[in-house]
Design a protein around this ligand. Sequence first.
Ligand SMILES: [Fe+2]
Ligand SMILES: [Fe+2]
Length: 237
Amino acid sequence: MIITTETQVCDIAVEYPTAIPVLERFGIDFCCGGKHTLAEACTQRDVDVVPVLEELERQQRKTGAPEAHWQKAPLKELADYIVSRHHVFTREQIQLIAGLMTKVEARHGADHTVVPQIGKVFAVVSAELAHHFICEETILFPYIGKLGGGQQAALPPMFGSVEQPIARMMADHDQAGAELRELRGLTGNYTPPTAACPTWRALYRALEDLEQDLHQHIHLENNILFPRALAQAKGTA
Ligand SMILES: [Fe+2]
Ligand SMILES: [Fe+2]
């Protein structure tokens, strides 16, 4: 695939996962907003598309063949990978952040109003993600795994078809994406104040790592797992 300014950002991330760190570096949304072209995404972020394209081409040359593994791997393998790699990481990271947040709020919350604001948004997004992961792990992913294996698969009666839970999960992703943007805004792109203590710095770093991992995680679901599952359900895979 030749990447141009008109290539959809999600296609770049799907075909060249090694391009993801480049997109991240330029702040380009490749998961929830991935349907935009590279040019549109750059305009949205107010960045010049030329250096982005150059950097992507450099990365492409460096890594050689694209990693299209997840486009072909069994759906169960992909769903299991998402849980073992991303759900486990996110749960651990949320625990780590919660501990750091409590300390920073106790020490600095009274003097810095932004700290409790960050704590509030973090509490909301972490509770939502906990619920979201349970839905994926107990209902949607087992169904998708069976579907991909050609087995008889059934969803709970409240869902008419697989489109419904997938649409629900994608709406959750959009919501989490908006909350992550809010956290990025509140923290000034995760830049701690110059006088911030090491715990405060660690908090921002941990939040940024959470954001980065969630972007890759949501990308795998929105752009690969869910479209492949929908195609399988429709018999067009
Ligand atoms: Fe997930
Ligand atoms: Fe998800």
